[in-house]
Design a protein around this ligand. Structure first.
Ligand SMILES: [Zn+2]
Length: 236
């Protein structure tokens, strides 16, 4: 296999591996370590480049997806970087005989525990802190946007779902995933508005999106950003 470079139609130069084989067509695949091109033995370099370039969008999409999927899980130790409201914060772990409340300070969260080496203990404490903070944070947003929508502030609970960021029941109870607290405020606002809009429209019809748009005009951008962020948010 040979390492090669090609400039795609968007001007981005990428690396790829070329494998020449006894085959008639050119095959592309994006593997864990990047683009792999399977090409017939006698295809001209210039022809091959053109074929790859024609697939620029497909390649860029796949490479982007691969990056998103490649998220390292959090290591529950001193010095780890976590995300809070879209900002990086550092986890500090301090060993102390006494169990103290977590301390948040601008860009760090300090967990004090007699079991500072026990990652499960640290994880539990951090997540507890995130949940508590999420409830306060989301409550404020729900109140704000409910007023904007002209409805009573609904009841709010946190969810721990793996596959959804929020939900709204027919009884008007809203649940928001505590993991969202890692996301930028704009994303949390969007999910809040999305669920609130279900109080008016219990579906995803055009009318529903019109309601969302009334309280959160930039919803399309946020929806896309949330999809891209999804894997990041599942780190925790
Ligand atoms: Zn919905």
């Amino acid at each position: 296999m040979k390492k090669k470079y090609i400039t795609l139609l968007n001007g981005e130069m990428i690396e790829y591996q070329l494998e020449r084989r006894a085959r008639r067509t050119v095959g592309l695949k994006v593997a864990a370590d990047g683009l792999v091109v399977h090409a017939p033995k006698y295809i001209l370099e210039i022809q091959l480049k053109k074929l790859i370039q024609e697939k620029s969008n497909w390649i860029l999409n796949k490479l982007e997806k691969r990056k998103e999927n490649h998220v390292l899980p959090i290591v529950w130790q001193d010095g780890e970087t976590m995300s809070l409201l879209g900002m990086d914060i550092t986890l500090y772990v301090v060993n102390d005989k006494k169990n103290k409340q977590p301390q948040f300070n601008h860009d760090s969260l300090t967990i004090t525990s007699p079991e500072s080496d026990n990652e499960e203990v640290i994880q539990r404490k951090v997540i507890q802190w995130y949940k508590k903070k999420a409830l306060t944070d989301y409550s404020r947003r729900i109140e704000l946007f409910a007023a904007k929508l002209g409805v009573d502030t609904p009841s709010l609970k946190l969810s721990n779902a793996q596959s959804s960021w929020g939900s709204c029941t027919s009884r008007g109870n809203i649940r928001l995933n505590w993991r969202l607290l890692q996301a930028p405020p704009s994303i949390i606002n969007y999910v809040t508005c999305h669920e609130l809009a279900h109080l008016k429209e219990m579906n995803h019809s055009a009318q529903f999106w019109a309601v969302v748009g009334r309280i959160y005009p930039d919803y399309k951008v946020a929806e896309k950003a949330l999809k891209q962020l999804s894997h990041q948010l599942h780190r925790m």
